[in-house]
Design a protein around this ligand. Structure first.
Ligand code: SER
Length: 328
């Protein structure tokens, strides 16, 4: 299944379940300068998660362009990129944990309507509880209807709490991981699962956040007016799982640019090739949303990406002027 089919299936699956399809917002946020780029599908929806009525209703779905540069030094490994597309569905005070979890599972595993992924390669984490919010036994009980209990792990707020920064909506989450090893790892203890995660043998493919709390200056200060669901599923990683690859650069999202790079170099430095591919892709999408290279803010991020792309293309021995051909 190609990436385009995956996007279409995601939107159709949730449209059938009462969600309105909304377009991706620009990478450049419209609601004030709190972040340089949209980093998640929920970001343009913050006012609505905080209680404002959305013109398209209280069930939404989209595929949002995102840029995250905090992991820029990880790019070149199997799963990190600076530009990605996030498939997401939202409940603004409508359905909650039961439907959110059921639909995530159904979309991942259904052959007819979803991706037909193997449920025996699926692992799930849920929030273990802390002073801000109780242990999420409710999510655990719901998950038990779909995956065996020994594949569900309770984790701390470090991994299973999501917020967009120090201010705004937030909540505990449940995350889905997929085993991308050739033979499959089978049942894992929590420690084995954590080790497999570190080795990128299992990768996070979806996050359902149960947004119920408000954060101010880094502290939880109360509840939101409504209980919301904010889900996010990274398209690149999902495509990798569906296409049976162990890295995002071997999926149809990247093979055209990786193929072009191979025309310009005989080097076997995969890390450098991946960095060039990622940074040019991100730069193109940033420029398409109206940003030009400069010495500060968004323009500086773009300049930095281009500079790194040039540096690594030098490592690969590209002739000057070659990067231009990757933009297309
Ligand atoms: N906001 C959450 C995330 O980015 C879920 O969409 O992972």
């Amino acid at each position: 299944m190609q990436s385009d089919e995956i996007r279409k299936r995601f939107l159709a699956f949730f449209e059938k379940r009462g969600h309105k399809i909304i377009p991706s917002a620009s990478l450049v946020p419209e609601n004030g300068p709190s972040v340089l780029f949209n980093t998640a599908g929920m970001q343009p929806l913050v006012p609505y998660l905080m209680g404002q009525k959305h013109p398209s209703g209280n069930r939404l779905v989209n595929v949002q362009k995102c840029v995250r540069t905090q992991d820029i030094d990880e790019v070149g490994d199997n799963t990190h990129d600076t530009f990605f597309e996030m498939m997401g569905n939202w409940s603004l005070g409508d359905y909650f944990k039961e439907d959110a979890i059921k639909w995530s599972f159904e979309f991942l595993t259904s052959k007819e309507e979803g991706l037909g992924l193997d449920k025996n390669r699926l692992y799930v984490t849920v929030f273990e509880g802390d002073e801000n919010s109780p242990k999420d036994t409710e999510a655990f009980e719901i998950w038990k209807n779909f995956v065996s209990e020994d594949r569900i792990y309770f984790m701390s707020a470090k991994s299973n709490w999501w917020s967009v920064g120090d201010n705004g909506p937030c909540g505990p989450d449940t995350e889905m991981f997929y085993d991308v090893t050739e033979k499959g790892l089978g049942d894992l203890t929590k420690e084995q699962y954590m080790e497999a995660d570190n080795k990128q043998q299992v990768v996070e493919i979806w996050n359902d956040v149960f947004m119920q709390y408000l954060k101010k200056d880094g502290k939880i200060v109360g509840r939101l007016p409504t209980q919301n669901v904010d889900t996010g599923s990274g398209l690149e990683r999902v495509v990798m799982a569906v296409q049976g690859k162990d890295n995002i650069f071997d999926t149809d999202l990247f093979t055209p640019i990786m193929g072009k790079i191979s025309e310009f170099t005989t080097s076997s430095n995969d890390r450098a090739k991946r960095i060039v591919a990622d940074h040019i892709r991100t730069s193109v999408f940033i420029m398409a949303d109206g940003v030009i290279p400069s010495g500060s803010g968004r323009g500086y991020i773009l300049r930095r990406l281009l500079r790194r792309a040039i540096r690594f293309s030098d490592v690969l021995g590209f002739k000057p002027g070659s990067l231009f051909w990757l933009a297309e």
